[in-house]
Design a protein around this ligand. Sequence first.
Ligand code: NAG
Ligand code: NAG
Length: 245
Amino acid sequence: MLFVIAVVYVYLASVVGVTDSTPDSWYVAAVYEHKVILNLDPRVPVSRHDALQHMQKNLDIYEEQAARAAQQVWGPDPGVPEDGIHGFNFTRLSITSYLETIPDPQEESWNPCMEPERHNNTEVLQRLSCMARRNNLYLVANMPDLQPCPLKTSPSSTCPPDGRWQFNTNVAFRYMSDGLLVARYHKHNLYFEASCDTPPEPEIITFDTPFAGNLDEPAPPAGFNPVSAGIQPGCQCHPTSCQHS
Ligand SMILES: *[C@@H]1O[C@H](CO)[C@@H](O)[C@H](O)[C@H]1NC(C)=O
Ligand SMILES: *[C@@H]1O[C@H](CO)[C@@H](O)[C@H](O)[C@H]1NC(C)=O
């Protein structure tokens, strides 16, 4: 089954409104559509070891695709599908071993690839961060997040009965030989996701990028014409939907 992309270029918001069509005002973003390797029995709880083994299979493919994207574009980059690492149709309990607690990038600056020891149980974050770092990409990915109660971002909200929040979450990592976790967004409009909570307040998350006109960016190939290359200008994006402006 081809998993349909519901991706999320939070960072594209920073270039909304670019109307100048000279090549310098363009950059290329890759969207990868992934045939997710599923847990065939998603309602049955598994160990963290088994959950990681399962997610590593999808991450191995992400790794290949990130490397491919890195060869084809000259700038910052890709987003990957929702649920593409862990799959779907979990129950609130059976997703437990797939969860990682994603620190809030607005509260702490953490590079999972460079400082893996700082937070336990963050193997997926580490792998994604290293992928961004190794391939010089901005990488946006989707994974489930466990946040203990009370929620730091909304301490007065009512805690779920089992004492923790579980969010369908998009994370973004910065490139430039780096891999810093730059954004964390908790999805609000859930779609048949019994394993996840709706955040008590909708989040608006953005992050800054150096691209579009930044001189540190590698230049597009000489004579490159984005229109004849079939590239759409000005994609205005929201974390869970994308519409062309
Ligand atoms: C997920 O659940 C939905 C609704 O219960 C079902 O229609 C669908 O076949 C399930 N998909 C997989 C891959 O298990
Ligand atoms: C990680 O887990 C180990 C073993 O349980 C523990 O000793 C260590 O303090 C934990 N580290 C952090 C940062 O929580």
